[in-house]
Design a protein around this ligand. Sequence first.
Ligand SMILES: C[S@@+](CC[C@H](N)C(=O)[O-])C[C@H]1O[C@@H](n2cnc3c(N)ncnc32)[C@H](O)[C@@H]1O
Length: 457
Amino acid sequence: MAMLGQRRQQRPATRKRLESPGAKRADEGSVVIERLAHDGRGVAHNLEGKILFIEQALPGEEIEVAVHTQHGRYDEGHVRRILKASDERVTPGCAHFGRCGGCDLQHLAIEGQRRHKQQVLREHMARHDIELPELSLLEGDAWGYRRRARLGVRVGSDDRIHMGYRVRGQDRLFNIEQCPILEPRLEALLQPLRALIETLEAPRRLGHIELVAGDENVMITLRQLRRVSNDLARWQQFAHEYGVLLSVVCGEGEKPALERLDDRPETWPSYRALPGDDALNIRVQNGDFLQANAEVNHQLVAQVLAWADIHDGMSVVDLFAGVGNFSLTLAAAGARVIAYEGRESMVQRLRDNAQAAGVSDDIEARCTDLASAPPGLEDAALVVLDPPRAGAQGICQSLAVSGPSRVLYVSCEPATLARDVHLLVSGGYRLVRAAVADMFPQTAHLESLVLLERQPT
Ligand SMILES: C[S@@+](CC[C@H](N)C(=O)[O-])C[C@H]1O[C@@H](n2cnc3c(N)ncnc32)[C@H](O)[C@@H]1O
């Protein structure tokens, strides 16, 4: 039987002879997992009927649980021993799984992960009495997909270098040796980066490292608290040796200076919005938003384009437009696009990307805070929106009162999506298409998109 995840404070789950009707019990000292919670943990009840959230436990499994945190209404625990394993249990693909704070679902076969994500979207919608049409699934490789990462760097009191991810909800850094969800070009840099940092004169001056993989180029950005010339020279040599673009953000305060350190300062990472379409090449710079998974983003853009059903001259508003991921493709298909984005630097990049793609006459990019709706949305034929996790409540309230005939909503947080769709449905829209995009395999995160049409009154 497998022993999983070492945890502090191991204690068996509290057991009393008070059996609740909901409690499923295999035998003394064990529980049966009933379902997966939205965050990917297994859900069971102890004999008192108290709910247990158990890391790395799968539906149908019989396990011995070790409770590590107790709360008033629920306890949290992990698997001490698997007594009966699910058919869908697989060996995690990473030695750090369960400890680094990144992935939640490596122990579940990829098909099960994707079924779970579809179920999560259905459940969020059901809470608002919204029934989903048949769900399509956008999916790519289960591993080696992640094209951006931020690695923290710390020097321990023993002078050992720690390089890795921040443990979820904590200030602690988990030291990583591997990360198989990273794009192979990025994962291959982990060991050389660590070796380089170990030779630096002042590694304590290094805050974090950002890695971005464009279609042709990889870029490393250093967050350096103070300039250390000898160390920057070592980084330059590293960039040359590994053929990567290199920039450094130096200093503290609100606007630290950005400097390019490689010998190709005009080159930035870029990606094709649709595979094989070299004209729609989207450039990103330091700090720009970039969809994390190139292959799934291709499908996402293609799906947005298919649902948008563009005809020549059709007016589209793209809200939370970033550097033009959707705007460029929609304009290239014949739409006249007004793109809104809150970060001035990204608005400028969107304009530059539109210029390079030959669609600048068809895209008007505006820098606006979208805490509330910009004017004129009702005049568009279609509004596309892709907000951050908090969703777009204010905008959906306005759309519900006077919106265009169609709204296409891309979301990275199903709870706020369901809340906002409820507003739209209450205002007279009908949900006609829905899809889940598995943008982050091995994690519980899901991206989804829905198309709504205004019902005739
Ligand atoms: C999920 S990203 C989507 C970007 C783009 N659609 C894409 O696919 O690459 C959300 C975008 O919304 C922008 N954003 C976040 N809050 C905003 C606000 N209050 N007003 C305007 N833009 C905002 C972010 O800068 C980011 O570019």
